[in-house]
Write a protein that binds this ligand. Structure first.
Ligand code: CA
Length: 247
């Protein structure tokens, strides 16, 4: 297996050296950059699997680097911040970072974040091979979701869903039986530039569950996969999902 390549962007030599040493020890191929402009050129050259990005950099700030990278690639970006006020910036400006750690951090913590981010990407790449079909109808027993009309029926009853509830349900249905990490759901339902709270997904799943509660026999349920995300499970295996073209 080719080692995962990490681009390490940090101007403080001691931190950079420690991280480089330990990441290499963990089996990663490490590239380095000391300034914002170097970071961009290295990212374009080596096409890393993940970027560890310090915020306070010479020439071009980490925020700028993150914003530009986000326009060019979906590479996961782990931000290093020196203080809590910077965390607010990362979150508030919606710059598209995937996660952050606050200095001082332990090696164990940053390695855990890196591993988690890379794992999420692997999981979501798997699902990218199955893009959600569009313009079609999902029928499961009494349940019917029409993507073209954006309607949901259970029997004769039309269920009114908010736009994101509909998109979320449609996405989970298209990927039934496959775990969807929260990050992947956010990217696919809310868009890649959405750096919202992961809780957003939880809240929408809760709303969906509440709306389905009134029906005694739903042909599926949304299962929480602890520490990862959600999976839509079909409950009646005798009922086969029939997919029909809507046009
Ligand atoms: Ca710095």
């Amino acid at each position: 297996m080719t080692p995962k390549r990490i681009l390490l962007v940090e101007d403080e030599e001691s931190i950079r050296n420690t991280l480089r040493y330990n990441l290499a020890k963990e089996g990663f191929a490490v590239s380095e950059a000391r300034t914002g402009t170097q970071a961009l050129s290295e990212a374009r050259r080596v096409r890393p699997d993940l970027v560890v990005l310090d915020l306070m950099l010479p020439e071009l700030s980490g925020l700028e680097v993150c914003r530009i990278l986000r326009q060019e690639t979906s590479v996961p970006i782990l931000i290093l911040t020196a203080k809590d006020s910077e965390v607010d910036k990362v979150v508030g400006l919606q710059i598209g970072a995937d996660d952050y750690v606050t200095k001082p951090f332990s090696l164990r913590e940053i390695l855990a974040r890196i591993t988690a981010l890379l794992r999420r990407v692997e999981l979501s790449t798997g699902s990218n091979n199955h893009p959600p079909p569009s313009d079609e109808v999902e029928v499961l027993g009494d349940f019917r979701l029409d993507r073209a009309a954006r309607t949901v029926h259970v029997g004769d009853h039309e269920l009114h869903l908010a736009p994101k509830e509909f998109d979320l349900l449609s996405f989970l249905l298209a990927n039934a039986g496959r775990v969807q990490p929260r990050e992947n759901i956010i990217q696919r339902v809310w868009g890649s530039n959405f750096f919202g709270e992961r809780k957003t997904v939880d809240v929408h799943v809760r709303w969906l569950r509440e709306k389905f509660e009134q029906f005694e026999r739903m042909p599926f349920r949304i299962t929480t996969v602890f520490g990862v995300g959600y999976r839509l499970d079909r409950l009646d295996h005798a009922v086969e999902a029939r997919r029909q073209g809507a046009g």
